[in-house]
Design a protein around this ligand. Structure first.
Ligand code: BGC
Length: 604
């Protein structure tokens, strides 16, 4: 059992070190200017290295006075080249690499840590670890090595070095956790499994697109997406797609004690599923014995597969029942939701699922909490927190049974609104949050929402981490604003400044103008376990016209929110903004994939 006391949870830093191949730890109080003591500790870890490339992760600790911004510099001494970085603004000039904070991680209290920094680089000959780091112009690690590693080896190592090269400082690494041990953040130090069915689909789609855009599209295949167990038949595999065992067997063949592999699974088959909409209605109904069938024909078979000892080196991450509890917060006037509420089918179904899944130490559980455009209003937020608290009380081990929460699953809400950072700012005498687009909702973006939610569960839950689906919230392309509006008219100001280009925030079906968002990243921001792609980009949200039956999944129906010519169900003053000619939810939608690639932000 994974109960409070019996549970093995590793501290984040331990897990990180355990996954690293080489590390350098440098720390010391730097020169101290008259009134602000800058002191820092930087750890640089090569997490992965292959023929000509490598990935390194960096952690900065502030050992001096608080920072409001930071600027990290170091030099590549082996001719390495920065390719792509995250967690900060990265650049390289000559041998010097500079990383400046992003807007959300600039302020670091004394004793605080900047995590989630990392980059991909190229190397040849040798790949020495940088020997000196500065933050805000002050050297961290006055006692670092005086000489960089000596002569580089004449031939590149064919396998990544397993020990720290001579001449670089070492940190003593704790032994790696035994396989299957539950770590705090499963994404750290792990490879994330890519679904070969999706990879093949993307490669074919990229070929169809061709040219430069096709080349960008092909890069989508490099990133992992989740496996949606969206019906009982998906457990065994259906419609030409692999089943759960097939995926786990493949992933297990790539995993080892030194290389844990994360497999991401969406648990999505509650009775009366998608109760306030029609596009993703499920196969089980409460009125037709759906609660029992959910337990016995869906959850139990999944759990019995996950228990197979062959999968012990896998970290199995589950995203539990998108949109279900949120529907009980706001949609009880819909009969199917009222029934899910009065019978307890959603709450008890989730409790059953979690109590089965949590029994295994290598399974990680994140409950879905919709997104900021749904639960962001104070009243919805507070009602939701109470409902989740009540639900969690029924978990064996309470909050300890889960690893956190996932937001924005299959939605389009941006990670942040870079030009609208203060909902209470007044423009033309009115608060920004009162603009038509925000309808008084103070949560403009997923980072604010996710961190506020985490905060609400902070007592008794320091292990709680958040996950954000960034598969389709990029909003790049020519319509993306590049600066804040100078208008004094509130609505003009908001409409010109926002990167979310939806006419209305309630739009959820195949949204025109969307792009692929941040690439999947472990620990991008403190409190966020990962950015992931839960929804595979290119799979439809729902069919755009009535009267079409999906023979494999006849329960999926037409929802008016997917009608390209309709008005929004949530506010009829706005169009649905749905793309035309869309197939059923989960089916490949080439035109959407192409648009998502074109509007990717960052560009692919
Ligand atoms: C659909 C699922 C599908 C998933 C991933 C959901 O909207 O209801 O059937 O597997 O999207 O595309």
């Amino acid at each position: 059992m994974r109960l409070v006391s019996g549970r093995t949870r590793l501290h984040k830093a331990t897990a990180l070190a355990a996954g690293a191949i080489m590390t350098a730890g440098l720390s010391l109080v730097g020169a101290t200017p008259a009134n602000a003591a800058v002191a820092c500790d930087v750890s640089y870890q090569i997490a992965n290295q292959w023929d000509s490339g490598f990935q390194a992760n960096i952690t900065i600790r502030n050992l001096g006075d608080a920072w409001t911004s930071w600027d990290l510099r170091f030099n590549f001494t082996g001719g390495q080249q920065l390719q792509q970085g995250w967690g900060g603004r990265w650049s390289q000039s000559g041998t010097e690499v500079q990383v400046q904070n992003e807007s959300w991680n600039g302020s670091v209290p004394s004793g605080g840590t900047v995590t989630g920094l990392g980059f991909l680089g190229s190397w040849s000959g040798s790949n020495p670890v940088p020997t000196s780091f500065t933050v805000n112009g002050v050297t961290c690690g006055g006692e670092g090595p005086s000489t960089p590693p000596t002569t580089p080896p004449s031939t590149p190592p064919s396998t990544p070095p397993t020990s720290t090269p001579t001449g670089t400082p070492t940190t003593s690494l704790p032994p790696p956790p035994p396989p299957g041990t539950h770590v705090d953040n499963p994404y750290i130090g792990a490879t994330v499994y890519r679904n070969p069915d999706y990879v093949a689909r993307v490669e074919q789609a990229a070929q169809e697109i061709g040219g430069t855009l096709g080349a960008a599209a092909a890069r989508v295949a490099q990133y992992p997406t989740a496996i949606w167990l969206d019906r009982i038949a998906a457990i065994e595999g259906s419609g030409g797609n692999r089943g759960l065992r097939d995926h786990l067997d493949l992933a297990a063949s790539q995993a080892s004690e030194d290389n844990p592999v994360v497999v991401q699974i969406v648990i999505y088959d509650l009775p009366n599923r998608d109760c306030a909409a029609a596009a993703s209605n499920g196969e089980l109904l409460i009125s037709q014995d759906g609660e029992r069938r959910y337990r016995e024909e869906y959850i139990d078979p999944i759990v019995s597969i996950l228990r197979d000892p062959a999968y012990r080196n896998l970290r199995i991450v589950t995203f539990v029942e998108p949109d279900s509890l949120p529907n009980l917060v706001t949609n009880l006037d819909t009969p199917a939701c009222a029934e899910a509420n009065s019978t307890g089918a959603y709450v008890e179904g989730i409790q059953y699922a979690v109590n089965q899944l949590t029994q295994q130490d290598n399974v990680y559980i994140y409950l879905d909490i919709a997104h900021s455009g749904w639960l962001g209003w104070d009243n919805n937020f507070n009602d939701a927190v109470s409902l989740y608290r009540r639900t969690i009380q029924g978990f064996d081990g309470g909050l300890q049974a889960i690893d956190g929460f996932v937001t924005n699953t299959a939605n389009y809400t941006p990670l942040e609104e870079p030009f609208l950072t203060n909902p209470n700012l007044t423009v033309g005498g009115q608060q920004v949050r009162s603009a038509n687009f925000y309808e008084w909702n103070p949560m403009f973006d997923e980072l604010d929402f996710a961190l506020a939610w985490r905060n609400a569960f902070a007592s008794g839950g320091s292990h709680i981490g958040m996950i954000i689906d960034t598969s389709r919230n990029g909003w790049g392309g020519p319509d993306r604003p590049t600066s804040v509006s100078s208008s004094n008219d509130l609505n003009t100001y908001v409409n010109q400044s926002r990167i979310d280009r939806r006419p209305h925030r309630g739009g959820w079906c195949n949204q025109i103008g969307a792009g692929i968002g941040e690439r999947p990243t472990a620990a991008p921001v403190s409190g966020i376990d990962a950015y992931v792609w839960v929804k595979p980009p290119g799979e439809s949200d729902g069919v755009s016209q009535d009267g079409i039956i999906d023979p494999d999944d006849p329960n999926k129906r037409f929802d008016a929110m997917c009608d390209p010519n309709g008005q929004s169900h949530y506010n009829s003053a706005y169009p649905t903004n749905a793309m035309p000619d869309a197939p059923h939810a989960g089916r490949w939608f080439q035109a959407q994939f192409e648009m998502l690639v074109r509007n990717a932000y960052p560009a692919l």
